[in-house]
Design a protein around this ligand. Sequence first.
Ligand SMILES: Nc1ncnc2c1ncn2[C@@H]1O[C@H](COP(=O)(O)OP(=O)(O)OP(=O)(O)O)[C@@H](O)[C@H]1O
Ligand SMILES: [Mg+2]
Length: 337
Amino acid sequence: METAVLDLIEQEKSIPTSEENLGDLEEEECFFQDIVLLLDLGIALDDVKRLKDAGINTIKGVQMTIPKKLLEIEGFDDKKIVKIKEACTKVSFVNSFTTALEVDQRNQIFKLSTGSKAFDKLLDGGIESMAITEVFGESGSGKTQLSHTLCVTAQMPGPNGYIGGKVIFIDTEHTFRTDRLRSIAYRFNLDENTVLENILCARAYTSEHQEAGVFKLLIVDSIIAHFRVDYYGRKEMAHRQHRLGQLMACLQKISEEYNIAIFITNQITSNLNNLEQGDPQQPVGGNILAHASTTRISLRKVLNGKRIAKVYDSPNLAANEVEFTVTSGGIDDIKIN
Ligand SMILES: Nc1ncnc2c1ncn2[C@@H]1O[C@H](COP(=O)(O)OP(=O)(O)OP(=O)(O)O)[C@@H](O)[C@H]1O
Ligand SMILES: [Mg+2]
């Protein structure tokens, strides 16, 4: 799975997009400054290519990468790195007048609807960009159906000028279903084929190109499945956690660099000790996931097919819970008859 994510970064850039996307891209352009701009400031084409090969495509991406990491790139030394960093500062400065508003990046943050108004309210609007939102819960609690719902709502215009965008779905459990997506698209009165066209399923990912700014949501369903199979037993735990940490850092960087929402699903372990605290569900993944996820939501099944979403950990949300339901049209509010 890590390879899949890294491939996504490496392959970023860029074929002509459809006409309707061009306007959107212009709006996003000043946020996503391509490193080809460094060519005008005396940085060699080979070095720009090497940065791209290392998965660094934007000025912000260079600024976010520590020199130690840049030193790993073939042919890069301290002197070159200083020169590149200085050039990045100049590019940022030249564009600082057009990007003055954008310095306040909070303005850029958007929120994606879960499909349920109550659930959105719990999240203060929905799944947030520039952050990692994690849901965990027992089998059948609705993690995958929520992932599918977000694939559709991410394509719809939303509050604060959100124009909608494309989705990357990394399916590690082989539960990605186009028929599920069609039903959800139907619920929201969207053209089913167009909705499917806007979702890139990473299992089938080969050479299709991406354009920074077009993608708004990256889903990993589930984040932990492969790790639990690949690393087994206590002895391998440290190694597993290290790799998981690297992956989460990579996702965090993607979310900030490209202003996209990251949505991951996680599994649970039932711990009887927690029953006393009224919460038998514990997410797996230990401290690494706990620290890396911005917001953690637990899902559980209750009677009559209802589900409960509860804020498990968040920097800004109260630890409330709400009821919702899972339908063929995706996540929805409980209808009161
Ligand atoms: N098209 C559909 N119409 C109605 N209900 C559905 C549909 N697809 C899935 N469900 C139901 O939604 C519920 C949630 O399923 P989902 O696959 O989202 O669970 P999950 O939390 O991802 O479980 P797991 O941990 O096994 O992956 C299940 O009860 C399932 O039967
Ligand atoms: Mg699932």
